[in-house]
Write a protein that binds this ligand. Structure first.
Ligand code: CP
Ligand code: NVA
Length: 298
């Protein structure tokens, strides 16, 4: 039984295989005879908002031959306190796989353990593995192999997206620089467990110098709304803008997992100048997640 709960648990070879197969799903879309989920039903349990992840999984699951069943966590008994392990045991007897977006990483792990069906982490407070696999696929599609390159993350370096970048850096052999104020840098424990070439700094200019990609995410992640004022104050200055792009390698990519807040983590001009890359990155969620689904049932 395979799951995608964390990039920590995915081997380098599995990552490479998924990335390769994503290219084939992208190329063959619309005329692809592969239906690896034929006849199945997949539950999509979402406890947080989503545009890209929800739509790309619903479309991808359908295109692979299965029926996606969207379940807002607030509208099933889970939202009234039914334990995750009971929800998992019920769904495990009815559906063939689950895609879950929630808060605690332990909840997706418990669901996988008790459901007995393939389970995919569609974002927790700790990781966003489908996003980072897509980002790497997009980088390689537009700029070539990521191995040996420099990826600079700017902003809230302690949230789910940079954490998944940390695991990817260790496994795929690129340098990751995280430019963030001290309280918003990844934990020492994560850095130590992952290994790899990861530099954390408050010096945003040094982090951007010669980078192959400048990457950012929201300053206020879902679930952190109560900290908004503090975060907007502390993270001011950790923005991708035209001045920062000038420090990166000529032709460097600017990427954003979206949604974007102009004037906060990225300025309007830089966002729009890089919209082609950013929306290709969004589109690629579909192709990469089809590759993940195909791998998980394979
Ligand atoms: N990037 C991302 O996961 O977007 P959504 O929150 O819209 O799914
Ligand atoms: N770090 C963000 C990612 C959104 C896709 C959040 O958790 O809200």
């Amino acid at each position: 039984m395979k799951h995608l709960l964390s990039l920590e648990k995915l081997s380098r070879d599995e990552m490479v295989a998924i990335l390769r197969s994503a290219g084939s799903f992208k190329q063959q879309r619309g005329r692809d005879p592969r239906k690896p989920l034929a006849g199945q039903t997949w539950a999509m349990i979402f406890a947080k908002s989503s545009t890209r992840t929800r739509v790309s999984f619903e479309v991808g699951i359908s295109e692979l031959g299965a029926r996606p069943m969207f379940l807002s966590a607030a509208e099933i008994q889970l939202g009234r306190g039914e334990p995750i392990k009971d929800t998992a045991r019920v769904l495990g007897r009815m559906v063939h796989g689950a895609v879950i977006r929630t808060y605690g990483q332990k909840d997706v792990e418990e669901f996988a353990e008790f459901s007995g069906i393939p389970t995919i982490n569609a974002l927790t407070d700790e990781e966003h593995p489908c996003q980072i696999l897509t980002d790497i696929f997009t980088f390689e599609e537009l700029s070539g192999p990521i191995q040996g390159k420099v990826v600079t993350f700017v902003g809230d370096g302690a949230c789910n997206v940079p954490a998944s970048w940390v695991w990817a850096a260790a496994k795929l052999g690129f340098e990751l620089r995280i430019a963030a104020p001290k309280p918003y840098q990844p934990s020492a424990d994560l850095l130590q467990r992952a290994g790899g070439r990861v530099v954390c700094t408050e010096d945003i200019k040094a982090a951007a110098a010669g980078a192959d990609v400048l990457y950012t995410d929201v300053w206020v992640s879902m679930g952190k709304e109560a900290e908004s004022a503090q975060r907007l104050q502390t993270l001011t200055g950790y923005q991708i803008n035209q001045a920062l792009v000038k420090l990166a390698k000529p032709g460097a990519l600017v990427m954003h997992c979206l949604p974007a807040y102009r004037g906060k983590e990225i300025d309007e001009e830089t966002f729009e100048a890089n919209a082609a890359t950013i929306f290709t990155e969004a589109e690629n969620r579909l192709h990469v997640q089809k590759a993940i689904l195909n791998w998980i049932v394979g």
